[in-house]
Design a protein around this ligand. Structure first.
Ligand code: ATP
Ligand code: MG
Length: 357
């Protein structure tokens, strides 16, 4: 196989620490498997602002255009200069530019991390481009407006095209899992927008007769997840509902800091941890890199499926096994009750990967 070309965008706050940890670990697992990777470090965030005046320079976007995927660090957009406050934040820019319409977030219980629930193994397919988080630049005046100085109206946008593609992605994923999709909506109140979401997801479901389908109101789903998370397999939801649900499921199985996530289209995928840039602990060696590491592993898995490369899937498995073996051995960062620094944790994961079969 040709070397894999992957982008590296460190970003702000703890970004450098967690992304460089991930690069090291992916490299260790790739070397062990005989997969060559060329890394392309590209500016984003505060560093990019210093160099170019933009938090997501055009050169970075052009370079990413030639790659299958990249590791995206967090950004601290609130700290950017005033004139940049109204432009899209760096990840929003990339999601929009590359139309990364699916945010995929697994949540799986682990024996070595204490969660609120014990046996969950589910994945959320969150629509990533519209709904109540619709790009207000794309739908000028439609998304939100002030009726008077004291009355704001916020509209959501729901389109058949966007619903169909996220639904297909969810049903395809279900076929490789336990063959069950749960549609999340609020069609009893938001009858047009959420109604369309529900109906189109059900229509798409007819193309997958081997996958069973049920549906839940968003509020009821929150309650069900706490009570019986183990019963869910693939959950498909519009943007805001999916955002909220995936924070909930991340915590239910342990901690948001452990959750991997990718943003994907058919042709590109971006690995991005669920948490933010944690400026309060930046540079102190306290950051837990697991969310970013697992996101990077997911990216390798996604590339493996796209190129039908067993090698990439092997690298994904080795990374996840290395993290698991490290946690089992009792090594973890402070947020999980341990004493390891980001670097120490990373070194142990690399050792575990090297020692493994
Ligand atoms: P954003 O708007 O960027 O998502 P946020 O308000 O959600 O930001 P985070 O940056 O995620 O905030 O941080 C929330 C808290 O969690 C902070 O106290 C931070 O130190 C902690 N935290 C976040 N990520 C990690 C991590 N990887 N390791 C350890 N602690 C973390
Ligand atoms: Mg956050």
């Amino acid at each position: 196989m040709e070397p894999l070309e992957l982008g590296v965008l460190y970003g702000d706050g703890i970004g450098y620490e967690i992304v460089s940890a991930s690069v090291k670990i992916v490299s260790a697992a790739a070397a062990k498997s005989g997969l060559a990777i060329d890394w392309h470090v590209l500016p984003m965030g505060l560093d990019a602002i210093k160099q170019t005046g933009s938090s997501m320079p055009a050169e970075t976007v052009q370079a990413l255009d030639k790659l299958d995927g990249w590791l995206m660090g967090p950004h601290d957009s609130q700290s950017y200069p005033k004139q940049l406050q109204n432009v899209r934040n760096p990840s929003g820019e990339l999601r929009h530019h590359f139309d990364l319409y699916a945010n995929i977030r697994p949540a799986k219980s682990e024996p070595y991390v204490k969660g609120v629930v014990e046996r969950a193994d589910l994945v959320i397919y969150r629509e990533n481009t519209e709904g109540f988080y619709v790009d207000r630049n794309m739908y000028k005046g439609i998304g939100e407006w002030m009726v008077t100085a004291d009355v704001a109206v916020t509209a959501g946008v729901f389109t058949r095209k966007a619903i169909e593609r996220i639904a297909h992605a969810a049903f395809r994923a279900a076929r490789e899992r336990r063959k069950k999709v749960s549609i999340v909506h609020k069609a009893n109140v938001i009858s047009l927008g959420s109604g369309l979401f529900l109906n189109v997801c059900k229509e798409v479901g007819h193309h997958y007769p081997d996958v069973s389908v049920d549906d839940y109101h968003i509020d009821a789903m929150c309650a069900h997840l706490v009570r019986r998370a183990a019963e869910f397999d693939v959950i498909v939801a519009e943007n805001m509902f999916g955002d909220i649900l995936s924070d909930l499921t991340g915590e239910l199985v342990g901690s948001l800091g452990l959750a991997g996530s990718i943003n994907a289209s058919e042709s590109k995928a971006m690995a991005q941890a669920a948490h933010g840039s944690a400026p309060d602990i930046a540079g102190l060696g306290l950051a837990n890199p697991i969310g970013m590491i697992r996101s990077s592993a997911m990216l390798l898995g996604w590339i493996g499926k796209k190129h039908k490369s067993q090698l990439c899937s092997t690298v994904e498995r080795r990374i996840n096994q290395g993290v698991a073996d490290t946690l089992v051995s009792g090594v973890c960062t402070k947020d999980l009750g341990g004493t390891a620094s980001t670097q120490q944790f990373t070194d142990v994961v690399c050792e575990k990967i090297e020692e493994a079969e």
